[in-house]
Each structure stands twice: as C-alpha cells, then as structure tokens.
Design a protein around this ligand. Structure first.
Ligand code: G3P
Ligand code: MG
Length: 231
C-alpha cells in the first residue's frame, strides 16, 4: 500500500489547541513530516489563527481584524497558549518538519513571501520544507509570480466541471481538496496534470480508506497517528 503524506492540520489539533506552538510541537513529536497552519495579517504582522473571529479558539470575542495586535497577543488560545506569529512558528520548527502556510486573510501573500525569502536567504529555511497554499488562487499566483522557487498549492472545496484545470498556470505542485467533494476522476485528472493531491480534513479511519482508494497522495489530519506508520 502506498504511504500517504501526513500533514498535521492546524498542528496536531486533535491533541492540543489548534494553530498553537503546542499543537505544532506535538505534531513534530508524533513524527508528522508536515504541519499546516492558517495565517492572517494584523497591523503588519502575520498571526496564526483560522477564523475571522476570535470567539471559537480563544477567550476573546469579535473580529480578528478589529482587535489590537497587542491585545490579541494577550489572549488565551487554549491551555495558556498564545496566538503565535508566523515567525515564531518558523523559529520553533527550525527545519524539523515541513510547513504549509495557508493564506487565510487578505494581505497575507506578500508579507508571508517576504518572511520566507528572508529565512531562505539566511539559510534558516529550505524551499523544500515550505508550501504556501490558499483557497484564493490570486494570492497563490501573486506569490509564485514573484518567487518561482516558492512551492505553492491551490485549495479547493468543490468539484469543478473541468476538474483540476483551475490549477493550470498557477505553478502549483499540489492541489488540496475537501474530502467531501473529491472523486476518482478529479484525483486522476490532477495526477495527469502532474499535481500531487492532498485531502482535508481526514480524521476517521473509514474516510482515510476511502480517499486512499481514490489514489490521493496525502491527507490533512487533526490526528497524525491515524496516518503515520500505516504503509
Ligand atoms: O489547507 C487545508 C485546510 O486547512 C483547508 O481548510 O478551513 O481547515 O483551513 P481549513
Ligand atoms: Mg487551513
């Protein structure tokens, strides 16, 4: 059986508060080769949080974009964890796993690119350990057109009539599909176009087997143990 790539979704978020340094460290300790996190821009800083609001994952309330950065950094994102800055995530990982940065909020593409270019320039990051992705394919194009060396991926929640054609011209190395919509034709079309297929978010054994049968290459999971060491 083909090995599936394990991407710890928002860190090992089934075991620790999502998108925190604790969840990322947990994923690394569990042996996940890749971690995915979500970023938004606030006062020029890249902050690691999924929702546009603070309510679900922190002890704060309201929109992220109307919160002061200093106040956001005082919030509890679970078990006393702070909402990390993207730079802190890179510091923590220090080459121990790959990082998939999902651009969630407007204005994140160029600051993310500037940060990773600086890290690569300092020898602190290798392009092979990075993947920038988004549901907003314009942002992906923005990154790839400015930095052809930067690996990018296009996310999609749906099943287009022309399958994976949307990824044409983006320079993406992989496509990330919602498991509710994928079928074999989509996976095969992506493969024909030279794209790796990773699927989110696979947290149950039966879903893992279903997408494995379709021939996907990797899965995003909150539970890395579901995928790791299972040939
Ligand atoms: O990047 C894959 C996956 O994280 C996309 O969905 O909503 O969990 O960010 P979401
Ligand atoms: Mg995400």
């Amino acid at each position: 059986m083909k090995d599936l790539l394990c991407i710890a979704h928002r860190g090992a978020s089934g075991h620790a508060p999502e998108n925190t340094l604790l969840a990322i460290e947990k994923a690394i300790n569990m042996g996940a080769p890749w971690v995915e996190i979500d970023v938004q821009l606030l006062e020029g800083q890249l902050v690691v949080i999924h929702d546009p609001t603070l309510d679900r994952t922190t002890n704060g309330t309201g929109l992220v974009e109307t919160c002061r950065l200093a106040d956001l950094r005082l919030l509890d994102a679970g078990r006393g964890e702070k909402i990390p800055l993207l730079s802190e995530v890179f510091d923590l990982i220090s080459g121990r796993c790959g990082l998939n940065v999902e651009l969630k909020g407007p204005g994140t593409a160029l600051p993310t690119l500037a940060l990773v270019q600086s890290l690569v320039g300092q020898g602190l990051l290798d392009w092979s350990q990075l993947l920038i992705s988004s549901f907003n394919h314009h942002w992906i194009k923005q990154v790839k057109s400015r930095e052809p060396l930067c690996p990018v991926a296009a996310n999609l929640c749906g099943l287009p009539l022309d399958y994976a054609r949307f990824a044409y011209g983006l320079g993406a190395s992989s496509v990330h599909f919602d498991m509710e919509f994928i079928d074999v034709a989509l996976v095969e079309d992506a493969h024909r176009r030279g794209l790796m297929v990773n699927v989110f978010t696979v947290n149950r054994e039966e879903d893992l087997e279903r997408v494995r049968q379709m021939g996907v290459d990797g899965v995003f999971t909150n539970y890395p143990e579901l995928v790791l060491n299972k040939g």
